[in-house]
Design a protein. Structure first.
Length: 143
């Protein structure tokens, strides 16, 4: 976490990350929809969609506590994959008429918000890593 402290001096906890907060909203949306009949009776799909939504949020938190920005970016990528998986499961729910077209649109909109926040954060970490590598390489050449 030492490297991450340098780039996120103001962020002390994963709960402060915008991408994690939006992923939390995503999970809340999914949980709300899976409580409705007849969706809640499809235990297999409910379990799958909840797990993938939770994973989108949990991977951000887990990555935050890794030792390098490279590890963190890997977990952020896992989060993006989980968002896509959740959206795919949502289309199954739509096809089964468990959710409406407007509900899938809400899911898709929130997925897009999380996806963009995660992508932006990955880009930020990549830029920082390149700057840091450049500074390290420059310093090593002069010594």
């Amino acid at each position: 976490m030492v490297e991450l402290v340098n780039i996120m001096a103001k962020v002390k906890r994963f709960e402060e990350l915008e991408c994690w907060r939006e992923a939390r909203n995503f999970v809340q949306l999914i949980y709300g929809l899976t409580k409705k009949d007849p969706f809640r009776k499809d235990f297999e799909l409910v379990g799958q969609i909840k797990r993938s939504a939770i994973s989108s949020m949990a991977n951000i938190a887990e990555g935050f506590h890794r030792n390098s920005s490279k590890d963190f970016m890997r977990f952020l990528d896992y989060s993006r994959s989980s968002i896509a998986e959740t959206l795919s499961h949502s289309y199954i729910a739509l096809d089964q008429k468990y959710i409406s077209q407007s509900e899938i649109e809400k899911i898709s909109q929130q997925a897009e918000i999380v996806w963009k926040k995660v992508n932006n954060f990955i880009s930020y970490l990549q830029r920082y890593s390149k700057q840091r590598d450049f500074k390290t390489n420059t310093t090593n050449r002069t010594n």
